[in-house]
Design a protein around this ligand. Structure first.
Ligand code: MV4
Length: 449
């Protein structure tokens, strides 16, 4: 087992990894930028190395500096968390070259699943349902127009190097095709240095439902059921829940089996998430695979009593998994508390937390690095806490979430708490009958002002 793990990340996920390492009696190394000198992950770690100035390129994205920190502290493994270098093929390769275990996928795996069109072809060959569309990348507009005609509008054009909605355009009819195609190509080239595009039939009014999987070094894969991530704004998830209000046990078993087929086909090692789109008929289609631990992993932990960070560390150390699939009986929901102002377009609201009270009680978990007096730097992602609530029914979880949100006091900055409180009272949300477009089409943000 590893003796010392360097956490190449910051904020709540760095703290989350440190906590599990302490329970496993593994020493920890934090890395931090000068903006994070007072951050909690620095204080909680056994050792801490300042790796540079606040810009991520000079710190949390700087491979030579992170490797140097691992060298001087003699860390034998690195946990990348999510975001930053967690799905960076070069970082995984450099760790390997330096004999430092990367707690995550191999460079080859990152590349295979990072190229969205290749990932889709791979899943299709493994018998995972995929969305009808082009067979791989589309070379020219003319080819695209022909395919769109065949699969019938509306269609969606996606960037193969993209994900999370970047370089994506919905095309409702032939007259919109050329403009959307050119925009997607330009945006993809600018954002990823790769303008490869592919086409799919647009799945109307879908839900975003993902399956958590874990694979070990011996080919064994298990799943831990689903998370419904349909409450999102501009491709930013705000609330996640398990189980999904629309997934029946039959659908759960089919999606779980498909996720395992896909993971086994690529001999996936570690924690991973297979994202599906579920349409109004209850048919599901592969969307993307994420080869990292996800922000929303705690709701799965709360209903399965499974420490996913511990599983990642054990799998990386060569420990076999039991392979038991999980069909939990509990319910859980996560609200992302961001330093953003929901009354002003969710614009960032960094600054000093002058007063703080965290909720507690039965079925309430907080994953956060904030404390009274902490100053949230403007340089990084705005998420400052995750409020995770569990219970014996969706109704109980919503009631408990409302109670916990109303206890949550963060003074000195704006947060998304008022948005979440309003959402918990929204009838469409409470009914469970919503799709990924709910917030943008049916939720009124105006009275949050
Ligand atoms: C789709 C889709 C509908 N049909 N693909 C969004 C980002 C990335 N995960 C892929 N996404 C989608 N792919 C097909 N064929 C709907 C989404 C989607 C979405 C699209 C537009 C606006 C918001 C969205 C939120 C979640 C998923």
């Amino acid at each position: 087992m590893f003796k010392k793990i360097l956490i190449a990340n910051r904020g709540e996920i760095a703290l989350r990894v440190i906590r599990t390492c302490k329970e496993m009696d593994i020493r920890t190394v934090a890395v931090y930028s000068t903006a994070d000198r007072e951050s909690l992950h620095v204080r909680f770690a056994d050792e801490a190395v300042c790796i540079g100035a606040p810009p991520s390129k000079d710190s949390y994205l700087n491979i030579p500096r992170i490797i140097s920190a691992a060298e001087i502290t003699n860390a034998d493994a690195i946990h990348p968390g999510y975001g930053f270098l967690s799905e960076n093929e070069e970082f995984s390769a450099v760790c390997h070259e330096y004999g430092i275990k990367f707690i995550g996928p191999s460079p080859q795996m990152i590349n295979l699943m990072g190229d969205k069109s290749t990932a889709k072809d791979t899943m299709k060959k493994a018998g995972v349902p995929t969305i009808p569309g082009s067979d791989g990348l589309v070379g020219t507009i003319e080819e695209g127009l022909k395919i769109a005609k065949k699969i019938k509008y509306p269609v969606i054009v996606k960037a193969t190097a993209g994900g999370g909605g970047k370089g994506m355009r919905i095309i409702k009819n032939e007259s919109e095709f050329k403009k959307a195609w050119d925009e997607a190509k330009r945006e993809s080239a600018a954002a990823f240095g790769n303008d490869g595009l592919y086409l799919e039939k647009f799945v109307e009014e879908p839900r975003h439902i993902e399956i958590q999987i874990v694979g070990d070094q011996y080919g064994k894969v298990c799943h831990l059921s689903e998370r419904d991530c349909s409450i999102q704004r501009r491709h930013q998830k705000l609330v996640e829940e398990t189980p999904s209000p629309v997934v029946t046990q039959e659908l759960r078993e089919k999606m779980g089996a498909a996720a395992i087929r896909g993971a086994e086909a690529i001999k996936y090692e570690g924690a991973g998430t297979i994202e599906f789109l579920v349409d109004k008929h209850g048919d599901f289609y592969f969307m993307e695979m994420n080869t990292r631990i996800q922000v929303e992993h705690p709701i799965t932990e709360e209903v399965t009593d499974y420490d996913l960070i511990k599983e990642q560390i054990k799998v990386a150390a060569g420990v076999p998994i039991s392979g038991t699939n999980y069909f939990p009986n509990l319910f859980a929901m996560e609200c992302r508390i961001n330093a953003e102002d929901p009354a002003n377009g969710f614009r960032p609201s960094p600054g000093k937390i002058v007063n703080l009270h965290m909720p507690g009680g039965h079925g309430v978990r907080i994953d956060s690095h904030i404390y009274a007096g902490y100053t949230i730097p403007p340089n990084y992602d705005s998420m400052i806490a995750k409020l995770i609530v569990s219970g014996q029914s969706r109704e109980e979880v919503i009631t408990r979430m409302k109670r916990a949100l109303s206890e949550f006091v963060i003074e000195g900055i704006k947060t998304t708490i008022p948005f979440h409180l309003k959402l918990m009272d929204n009838q469409i949300f409470r009914s469970g009958k919503f799709t990924t477009s709910f917030l943008e089409t049916s939720f009124n943000f105006d009275d949050l002002k």
